[in-house]
Design a protein around this ligand. Sequence first.
Ligand code: ADP
Ligand code: MN
Length: 285
Amino acid sequence: VPLSNRASLVGPHEFYLLKILLNNSDSYELIPKDIIEEEIDLNPSQLDFYLSKLLKLKLIYHEKNLGKDSFKITFSGIDVLSIKKLYEMKILKSLSTVIGEGKESVVYMGYDFDENPIVVKFHRIGKTSYKTLRRKKRTLQGRKSWVRLSIENAESEYNALACLWENRAYVPRPLGLGVNAVAMEYINGKPLFKTDLLEPSRVLDDILSTIRISYVYCKLSHNDLSPYNVVMDTERNIPYVIDWPQASRASEDSLEKDIRHILDFFRNKYDINREINDTLSYIRD
Ligand code: ADP
Ligand code: MN
């Protein structure tokens, strides 16, 4: 069942149940049924009815833990909470098709209440490899749950876009934050690596000006700047830098890595030779 349809099948009780499971996911690996019973005003047979409905929609998952019926919210469950939230904020009216799928996110096209296309990016940390996730959890993040990590990535991307947009960088305009989802302006165009530019030097300048704004005004480094994360708006002919969840406090190392990456691309494809040090001093200035 597509995500948008599942969201529309969720009524107020199921919605409340999902919220209970989300709010307890930091304290429990699996949430025992008695904890849920304490937090919701439903009799046992009603509770079972709504839990089984959520199970059928695969928005929660069930496991016996130490002999107790226990539950956990799934990625789709958090996605549905995000969809409801963005709907209530009057940002997202309906979801359409998947337009991108990466290691840690799924990107959907959707429509706002005026039927304009928008983009909704759902963060799903650890959806591909549990092993990578475990390594990440151990080395970087302590013992945070994948739920928490996904929420933090969405927040971090939203905050980065908000600062960048306010400072007039070329990024999609952020429209709102769901639980693990960022709604943003849809850029009608193609990724930079698939485009043959007529004015590559000017486009490179535009990208560098976005990086300068991120560094100087937002104190952020992108950390994954590449021709895959730049969308060329075909009508306005402007490069938009996307994919900011990894943005972190600006550091010289990460800035230099990002800049080298993009200068290499323009050197190899367009024979544009910019000095790394000149470029770095322009950015820092
Ligand atoms: P990830 O690399 O983690 O999958 P991205 O933010 O790079 O996430 O998005 C994946 C793909 O979705 C992009 O390569 C692009 O094609 C598309 N996309 C993402 N955001 C937008 C946007 N605001 N407008 C148009 N297309 C987008
Ligand atoms: Mn990307």
